[in-house]
Design a protein around this ligand. Structure first.
Ligand code: ATP
Length: 218
């Protein structure tokens, strides 16, 4: 079984009892999670449940108050707020991130432009792009260096239905080539596409009954 082979490999992301509070308000109360190569895991939760806080801690962008996060491999991160500059073109963003990642070619980035169907906008400035196209660029910037661990915060916001389906095809392809993918969203529409779905509630992760056996621990 695919899941058995996958789970013979150790986790690329290990989270133990992570806690975080803002002033006196606890948001995370002891979150534990493991993510292995070839797993596509979802976390859902209501607005304000702490999903973005958790993702920022996993990405190393925010410090936890206590607990442990251990990550190995190249990280790709697509934050909820786009990281784009309005005056730069799509191509300029690709070249800036190419330098930041230290990669020699834009081959994968060009593939992603094609797969997400926005190659025609390559030389347009971000200020002239629609919200959905900006999000396509945000996602491309997280994926263009072929990450081994991918953290996605509401990655399909603003996508039309066709692009939304393309996103899931892309996520499945990444999973199949061994990437560990974590998708955070306030919607649980996509449960059947996931190895495991957790709900973040009351500052803790709860495994939901929608969990399937595809690539999941057994
Ligand atoms: N920098 C901050 N200072 C104080 N409180 C914060 C800060 N960042 C987030 N919070 C609070 O922490 C809680 C969790 O916020 P977070 O953005 O992690 O939730 P979320 O689940 O991602 O929400 P959404 O689905 O609306 O994006 C919220 O009540 C929010 O107001």
């Amino acid at each position: 079984m695919e899941g058995g082979a996958v789970n013979a490999i150790g986790p690329v992301l290990e989270v133990r009892k992570v806690c975080k509070r803002y002033r006196q308000r606890p948001v995370l109360r002891g979150v534990s999670l493991e993510l292995r190569p070839g797993e596509l895991v979802g976390i859902v939760g209501e607005n304000g449940a702490g999903k973005s806080t958790l993702l920022r801690i996993l990405a190393g962008d925010l410090a936890a108050d206590s607990g442990m996060v251990r990550r190995t491999g190249r990280l790709g991160c697509c934050p909820q707020e786009t990281v784009l500059h309005p005056a730069f073109t799509v191509d300029q963003h690709l070249r800036f991130f190419q330098a930041a990642y230290g990669i020699s070619r834009l081959t994968r980035a060009c593939e992603l432009l094609e797969e997400l169907n926005f190659s025609d906008y390559r030389y347009e400035r971000v200020e002239a792009l629609s919200g959905g196209t900006r999000q396509k660029l945000n996602l491309t910037l997280a994926l263009m260096h072929d990450p081994q661990v991918l953290l996605l915060d509401e990655p399909y916001q603003g996508f039309d239905w066709e692009t939304y389906l393309r996103f899931w095809e892309l996520a499945a392809a990444l999973r199949d080539r061994g990437c560990a993918v974590l998708v955070v969203s306030h919607l649980a529409y996509d449960a059947s596409r996931l190895s495991t779905l957790y709900r973040l509630d009351g500052g803790l992760l709860h495994k939901t009954e929608w969990t399937t056996t595809v690539g999941a621990a057994s």
